[in-house]
Design a protein around this ligand. Structure first.
Ligand code: GLU
Length: 502
């Protein structure tokens, strides 16, 4: 079997969205499953659509995801350069080669001339296509004599190179995911291969590079399926063996039909990009999973399952397991509906798998924690108490703010529920007991229980106002655990504050 070499070939036209990450991931998983290489090639021949910073963004995002290319513009490799804009001489060579065959021709039609023809067709209620029917009547090296062509070339007349689509051939094509399908060449047009500035179009550069870089499998989004017949014919025209193809179905909007778009993220409040991306033109920030607090492993796990189900319907799968199990034949033909809530669930699962110490280290790097001085053993206790209710590391801080600061106000509803006329006296008396108590959770629990019994009070009558005094509302983990962590002095102060304010 041929050495497996798979490429991800994004165009630097903006941030890499979820669909792009999934394509890169499947490329990577397939390559690694077969012990092959994963190549990153930047397809930047379309200068009009080039976006500043996009290339770096793509490479940084893949790195964050742990989808590491064996060859790329950054690390180089045996088929460098990996940026199409730097491969012009290679395309020139193959341009000359294809022009020597009968599969390509020069076309001198100006954009204005083509526009005029298009309008003529429209007037007749037809759609113009540069194809086997029309090429004879247009200005190209098929319709013109050799002398006429030479004259135009001598006069430096701009031209494009077009592919000469064969007439009435039925192509039988095979896609690893979609299976067999056929296309009649009469439905296809004579695509431009080389533009009038000498630069190749996507189609030509893509096929030349896949050949030159010895790509064995092309795995890409289904928007490229309509290009497959042309690509296959290009390989044939050049007398090259074509790679195998697999076209991935779309990622769909959370509800309803249609492709998940970058606007959906902003509209429904979830990220559709791996990392934040600042649009250099508009200054707009496209939100990313990284900055939203997701673990890369969780994000990648979620992305992998948009269109592929590992054995036994397992949901939590590491990169190693994915590599071991990945099979293109098991990739779904139908589109995968994206569920942003499920993304959170994945993150929660990965959070649960981390040790308290790991979470502690991550938590200390979160902005609000940078200015708080708190001993590691205390923080570790907070982590262990709060991690069950957290989806993100920062939730431990956000949901446990009361560990770090006194309540500044008391939730009105909670006050109504927890505070009665006698509460101040009850908490005052309890304070005296607490002052004399050891401050581990067990001792505190015992003191509070005994106090409630001795005063013939239901436990709630003591616990609820106490919680209100410590937290400011009726939420959080067990009260004795909170007291243990914030300590005696702080506990008594918070009780005194609550008595004063309520
Ligand atoms: N440059 C194309 C893109 O941006 C690559 C398509 C392909 O993989 O052939 O999607």
């Amino acid at each position: 079997m041929k050495k497996v070499r798979v490429r991800f070939a994004p165009s630097p036209t903006g941030a890499l969205h979820l669909g792009g990450v999934r394509t890169a991931l499947y490329d990577y998983l397939f390559a690694k499953h077969h012990g092959g290489e994963f190549v990153l090639r930047i397809e930047d021949t379309d200068t009009a659509r080039y976006v500043e910073g996009a290339e770096d963004y793509i490479m940084n995002s893949l790195e964050w995801c742990g989808i590491i290319p064996d060859e790329s513009p950054r690390v180089g490799g045996p088929y460098a350069p990996y940026r199409q804009s730097e491969r012009r001489d290679i395309y020139d060579r193959y341009k000359n080669q294809i022009l020597k065959t009968e599969h390509a021709y020069l076309a001198f039609d100006t954009p204005e001339e083509l526009d005029a023809v298009r309008k003529e067709f429209e007037a007749k209620g037809e759609v113009f296509s540069y194809n086997y029917k029309t090429r004879q009547h247009l200005k190209n090296s098929i319709s013109l004599s050799e002398q006429e062509v030479q004259k135009l070339l001598n006069a430096d007349t701009p031209y494009v190179v077009r592919f000469k689509m064969p007439v009435d051939r039925t192509l039988h094509l095979q896609d690893i995911i979609r299976g067999h399908f056929s296309v009649n060449t009469n439905t296809l047009d004579d695509k431009v291969l080389i533009k009038n500035d000498g630069m190749p179009t996507y189609h030509f550069a893509n096929v030349v590079d896949d050949f030159e870089m010895k790509i064995s499998h092309v795995i890409r989004g289904e928007e490229w399926l309509p290009s497959m017949p042309l690509h296959i014919l290009l390989y044939e025209a050049m007398n090259w063996e074509a790679p195998e193809f697999a076209h991935l179905s779309l990622i769909l909007k959370p509800e309803g039909k249609g492709k998940l778009s970058k606007r959906d993220g902003a509209k429904f409040g979830f990220p559709v990009f791996p990392m934040n991306f600042k649009d250099p033109e508009t200054g707009e920030i496209w939100k990313g999973y990284k900055e939203a607090g997701y673990f890369p492993e969780a994000f990648v796990n979620m992305t992998a399952l948009l269109g592929w189900t590992p054995a036994n319907d397992k949901e939590i799968v590491s990169m190693e397991e994915m590599i071991a199990e990945f099979d293109l034949h098991k990739v779904h033909k139908a589109g995968a509906r994206f569920d942003p809530q499920k993304a959170k669930w994945f993150n929660q699962e990965y959070l649960k798998m981390k040790s308290d110490q790991e979470i502690l280290n991550l938590l200390k790097n979160e902005d609000p924690l940078k200015n708080i001085r708190i001993a590691d053993d205390k923080l570790l206790k907070i982590v262990s108490l709060m991690k069950e209710r957290a989806s993100f590391v920062i939730d431990i801080y956000n949901e446990g703010k009361f560990f770090f600061e006194k309540p500044t106000s008391y939730d009105e509803k909670a006050v109504k529920k927890a505070w009665t006329e006698s509460t101040s006296k009850v908490l005052g008396d309890l304070s005296a007991k607490l002052e004399a108590s050891k401050f581990d959770s067990e001792s505190l629990r015992e003191v509070i229980h005994r106090f409630a019994e001795e005063h013939a009070l239901g436990l709630g009558k003591v616990m609820m106002p106490l919680r209100l005094a410590l937290v400011g509302e009726l939420k959080g983990p067990d009260v004795p655990d909170i007291m243990n962590i914030i300590g005696k002095e702080e506990t008594l102060e918070r009780i005194a504050n609550a008595i004063r304010s309520n």
